[in-house]
Each structure stands twice: as structure tokens, then as C-alpha cells.
Ligand binder design. Structure first.
Ligand code: PHB
Length: 358
């Protein structure tokens, strides 16, 4: 029998009851101190029929933050808050991994400890504006990290991974996508370093590999995924040769034996994307593959049947359809997502989307 979205599978040692994942989604509804609340547990538990839930991007340190009310994984109160989430998801038979996040230059002094400058591979200001507690404010020129500071960043990832395991997560996903810190190191548009972390593709990939190694040492490779977005221009990111770069990234990740590689197969806003061969990228990676962006049920099933993807992640559809698995199974109509309530607010547009049962 051919596998489809409803077939069980395993990503590393994480057993999934189906191949439908909830993509990581920033919702800006953490409480004081960026601590997860009961309402966040309710939101994830409502979606626990997914084969795998991937949390919203979760800052690994105080300097990793770039948006209001994003739940962290760097202090004990946050770990306690996340325990409510993992317990609620596990009580419903779900699996959940935490996405480890450092925003790099996509931040603002008002969101940084001591109102310091955000950090980045190089002192290059992104175009656009930061979302702050005081509204939109222009991005600033970040401070380039010194080479001596990089082991500390790697250590922050390792400690956040231990915190995630302590909080009861089934694994972690390293966020190397969407123009945040690790992606800023990968790309030659944002990485102008002249040390061993800049220049060649090998050098630009170095920090990602060091972070992955450190995270794997804590969690085990069979509980670690990595997310990349080769084409996404989001957050003013660019590279002169994304195909070569990300083929190299996939090759370099192979020796770890990771649970999965998760690929954003397009751009979030912005047209005129260069050509990119995701099938070629997929062939470079020898482990399991999660495909994301622009999939519906038919495209998801086709990607699994063809062997392109092992699991398909759904984002906006999961915001609006807590019972997406049942709706796909029954070919039931889907709720439309309400964009006005994506980022911040309360239960409206968060935990109040109806299921087929009402
Ligand atoms: C966002 O907050 O808009 C956001 C966060 C993480 C992503 C993408 C978008 O990977």
C-alpha cells in the first residue's frame, strides 16, 4: 500500500501517528517574562491529532528575542510554563518538538537586555522595521559578533536544548531559516565576515554545524531536526547561489543522522524568486524530509506518494483548523484563517476556531 498523509511513520526515534505536522507559527501570546501560559497549552493540545507539533520559534537566550511576547526556553519559569504545554499535548497522544530560535539582527534595542544592539554575523542593517512593544520601529545596524563570542552562542543552544528536554519535549528543531541568526551566517548577503565563519560556503555553514553538533550531544541526533528556507527572501536575506549553498548544507548535515530536515519550499511574501530545484536538494539529504509551504491535502499526498517528502507541515491551515487531520480525512470544508489575529491578542483567533464537532 502506498503511504499517504494518514500513514504512521518515524522521524528519528519520534513515532508519528500520521504524516501531518503543524508548522512553527509565531503567535505572540506568551505571558509576563515570556512564560508560556495555560492558554498556550490549550492551543497546542487542540491540535494534538497532528502527527507532530512544532512549537512557535522559541528564543534560546535573552539576546535571542526579536518580537513581543514570544515564549522563551532560557529560564526556569519558562521551562515550568512549557511543561503545561507538553503535558497537555501528551495527554492527548500528541508529539511535540520545540523550535530553537535566535533572531540575530531581526530585533531592536528595546527588546534586548540593557537596550544593547542586536547581534549578527556582520554589521549590516536589515531593510524594514522591527515589531516592538512600542509599535513598529526601524531596524538598527546590528553589532557583529566577535569570534570569541560564538562558543557562547553555541552553549546557549545546548542549554536551551536541555531545558526543552526538561520541559518534556519529544525533541528540538534548530531554526536555521527565514533570515534569523543561523540563516544570516549561511548567506553571503548578510555574512561579510573575513574569519573562518565567513567567505566560503564551508565557512558560512560552520556555525550551523557547531550548533547542530552541540544540540545533538544533548538530545541525540534521533530527536533533532533542522529547518532551512533556501528561497525565502523574508527579513531582507539573500544569497548569490542558494542552490549550491543549501545542497552543501544538506550534504554537511548528513553525517549527524538527524531525525529530519524541514524545508520551507518557497518565499513568505515576495515574488520573483530565483529558480530552485527542491527535488535536487532532497536528493542531497539522506534522512527524513518535512516539506512546508503552500501544500494542501492533494499536494501533500502527492509529495508523500512520490517519495519527495516523509511528512508535510501545514502553517496557516493549522491556525484555523485545530482538527485539520479529521477535516482532511473527511474532505470536510476548512475554516479560513483570520490574519488580523495571527500575532498577539487573546483567545480570539487562537483557541476559538471551531472543530467539526462545534
Ligand atoms: C515571524 O514572527 O513573523 C516569524 C517568526 C519566525 C519565522 C518566520 C516568521 O520563522
Amino acid at each position: 500500500m502506498t503511504a499517504d498523509l494518514f500513514s504512521p511513520t518515524k522521524l528519528g526515534s519520534i513515532a508519528l501517528k500520521n504524516r501531518i505536522a503543524m508548522a512553527p507559527l509565531t503567535r505572540n501570546r506568551a505571558g509576563q517574562g515570556n512564560v508560556p501560559q495555560l492558554i498556550n497549552a490549550e492551543y497546542y493540545a487542540q491540535r494534538a491529532s497532528a502527527g507532530l507539533l512544532i512549537t512557535e520559534a522559541t528564543p534560546i537566550s535573552a539576546t535571542a528575542h526579536g518580537y513581543p511576547a514570544t515564549p522563551g526556553i532560557h529560564d526556569s519559569e519558562q521551562v515550568e510554563g512549557w511543561k503545561q504545554v507538553t503535558a497537555a499535548v501528551h495527554a492527548k497522544g500528541g508529539k511535540i518538538v520545540l523550535q530553537l530560535w535566535h533572531v540575530g539582527r531581526i530585533s531592536h534595542p528595546s527588546l534586548q537586555p540593557g537596550h544593547a544592539l542586536p547581534v549578527a554575523p556582520s554589521a549590516i542593517k536589515p531593510a524594514g522595521q522591527a515589531f516592538t512593544y512600542e509599535g513598529l520601529q526601524d531596524f538598527v545596524t546590528p553589532r557583529a559578533l566577535s569570534i570569541e563570542e560564538l562558543p557562547g552562542i553555541v552553549a546557549d543552544y545546548a542549554r536551551a536544548t536541555q531545558n526543552a528536554l526538561d520541559a518534556g519535549f519529544d525533541g528540538v528543531e534548530v531554526h536555521a531559516a527565514n533570515g534569523y541568526l543561523l540563516d544570516q551566517f549561511l548567506r553571503d548577503g548578510t555574512n561579510h565576515r573575513t574569519d573562518e565563519y565567513g567567505g566560503s560556503m564551508e565557512n558560512r555553514t560552520r556555525l550551523l554545524l557547531e550548533v547542530t553538533k552541540a544540540v545533538v550531544e544533548v538530545a541525540g541526533a534521533d530527536r533533532v531536526g533542522v529547518r532551512i528556507s533556501p528561497l525565502n527572501p523574508f527579513n531582507d536575506i539573500s544569497d548569490s547561489n542558494p542552490q549550491a549553498l543549501f545542497n552543501h548544507v544538506a550534504d554537511s548535515l548528513n553525517p549527524f543522522g538527524l531525525a529530519y530536515l524541514h524545508v520551507v519550499e518557497g518565499g513568505m511574501g515576495g515574488d520573483n524568486l530565483p529558480a530552485f530545484d527542491f527535488a535536487a536538494l532532497r536528493r542531497h539529504f539522506h534522512g527524513s524530509y518535512i516539506a512546508n509551504l503552500g501544500y494542501d491535502k492533494a499536494k501533500g499526498n502527492a509529495a508523500i506518494a512520490s517519495g519527495h517528502a516523509d511528512v508535510v507541515a501545514y502553517g496557516a491551515l493549522y491556525i484555523a483548523n485545530p482538527d485539520l487531520v479529521a477535516r482532511f480525512q473527511q474532505d470536510a470544508p476548512l475554516n479560513a484563517p483570520d490574519h488580523a489575529t495571527f500575532y498577539g491578542g487573546d483567545a480570539k483567533g487562537y483557541t476559538d476556531y471551531p472543530t467539526l464537532q462545534g
